[in-house]
Design a protein around this ligand. Structure first.
Ligand SMILES: Nc1ncnc2c1ncn2[C@@H]1O[C@H](COP(=O)(O)OP(=O)(O)OP(=O)(O)O)[C@@H](O)[C@H]1O
Ligand SMILES: Nc1ncnc2c1ncn2[C@@H]1O[C@H](COP(=O)(O)OP(=O)(O)OP(=O)(O)O)[C@@H](O)[C@H]1O
Ligand SMILES: [Mg+2]
Ligand SMILES: [Mg+2]
Lengths: 253, 253
């Protein structure tokens, strides 16, 4: 069983898009997947066509009102279950702050479920908040989507420092895997930034890149993973390739 | 004097890009501009070529160690001063939480400066956090950049509710102005989403749209506003048009 946190404090770099489509691809490979929406925006839920405002989610779990198993939505995609998020999750930040073991809350709630899934994928909010720390604390790997820009490049070093902080504090080893997203090979600027990132982070960068394709935006609009909405397109092929590379990298975990 | 908060909890929709380039355009129109970087990522500072890790910024102001006037960087662009942000600003969330009048801290620090500027522009982090509330609390207008997607559309209603909450609590009137960004007119999907947004939010939407153009990414990479990096391009023209529309809308404030 492998826990993958999809994190980057830079906003809009493809975290949710990657969480949904990686989960869907792994599910189609007959792995059992739990997708955890840790972002109060609730976009991993929305992107799978689930409007979760009026149902219990992670907030009720952190407030000890319900078990994690009780809020899971089954089969939101082939082989994929979902722990939904609602806006009330934003209030958890203050709630957790006063708890003992405040960074381990998610880990503790996931513990009883670890035997029922092959992969647990956690979509993180765009911040190095307590919610994000909870995700890092139980991660076997941190997948970092980055778009091609100065701001994204700037954020990686800071994220690396934060992950190292969490790893040292709890004597863990949490490898980082960097995933270039929204890559438009037609522009020289993008190719130059990609090369810069490949040089700076040669050890962490994945072989696969996700191309910029409007099909991925359309898929989210229709509440479906790309593998269902447009299975024969570049976006679907890229995410299948990502799933293969993740399975290969985590096989030894 | 008008305070404009550039806010949207959706990540990566062009908040920082809009803050920098709107400030630069207003500065070239001979208005006196103060750009306040309220995002711990510090990208409004970085996008103007300033690496601020080792200098005092908003964190030192909120901890009462320095006056706001003491941390201002003068003339980062024509007619534009900057209040920089560093990563330590992230710690302010917890610091403010225990203060009385915790949502008014920024307003109180800006008070003595209000006569020295025509516009104060605040770049917000991608969250409805205490930092963002501080910006909303002192705003005369909230400018909401949105990219063309389901996730962006979903976030606007929630942001509207939050702004109304702040306005009611303090008996203020804080108009919202919606700015479509990264608009690629070549795809049918984008044109459909744009039409949907124009129908849903007919009152709040601005006349100007910012086109998708890689020139804006390049400008940030070189630490310059688009008006300096590529003044004769579409990106610069769009932001000049935005500045005109903002001046027109706020003339009566
Ligand atoms: N490869 C891609 N090609 C084209 N558009 C993409 C691609 N990946 C993501 N997008 C679009 O870019 C926007 C940002 O992506 P997404 O919301 O997944 O990022 P995020 O990191 O989860 O954002 P946030 O920081 O708000 O959580 C969305 O509109 C999404 O549909
Ligand atoms: N009109 C545009 N055309 C092309 N690229 C753009 C445009 N506006 C912004 N970008 C790029 O899109 C990315 C996101 O923009 P930006 O960082 O300004 O958004 P943000 O809302 O401030 O993000 P965050 O939520 O992390 O604060 C950046 O790489 C930026 O250079
Ligand atoms: Mg997201
Ligand atoms: Mg920003």
């Amino acid at each position: 069983m492998t826990v993958i946190a999809i994190a980057n404090q830079k906003g809009g770099c493809g975290k949710t898009t990657t969480a949904i489509n990686l989960a869907a691809c792994l599910g189609e490979m007959q792995h059992r997947i739990l997708l955890v929406d840790m972002d109060p925006q609730g976009h991993a839920s929305l992107g799978l066509g689930r409007h979760c405002e009026d149902i219990p989610g992670l907030y009720e779990v952190f407030t000890q009102d319900m078990e994690l198993g009780e809020v899971i939505l089954r089969n939101v995609a082939e082989g994929v279950d979902l722990v939904p998020a609602t806006i009330s999750l934003a209030a958890v930040e203050h709630l957790l702050a006063d708890m003992s073991r405040r960074e381990r809350q998610l880990d503790m709630h996931l513990e009883p479920l670890k035997n029922s899934y092959d992969y647990i994928i956690i979509d993180c909010p765009p911040a190095l908040s307590l919610l994000a720390f909870n995700a890092l604390r139980c991660a076997d790997m941190v997948l970092v989507p980055i778009e091609m820009s100065l701001y994204s490049l700037d954020g990686i070093e800071r994220l690396q420092e934060t992950v190292e902080l969490v790893a040292e504090k709890y004597q863990l080893d949490i490898p980082l895997a960097i995933l270039p997203t929204m890559v438009d090979y037609r522009t020289r600027f993008t190719r130059n930034v990609l090369r810069e990132i490949q040089e700076h982070f040669a050890e962490e960068i994945l072989k696969v890149c996700i191309h910029y394709t409007v099909r991925l935006k359309e898929a989210a609009w229709h509440g479906k993973p790309i593998t269902v909405y447009a299975p024969k397109t570049l976006g679907a092929a890229d995410y299948h390739r990502l799933a293969d590379e993740i399975v290969h990298r985590t096989a030894t975990v």
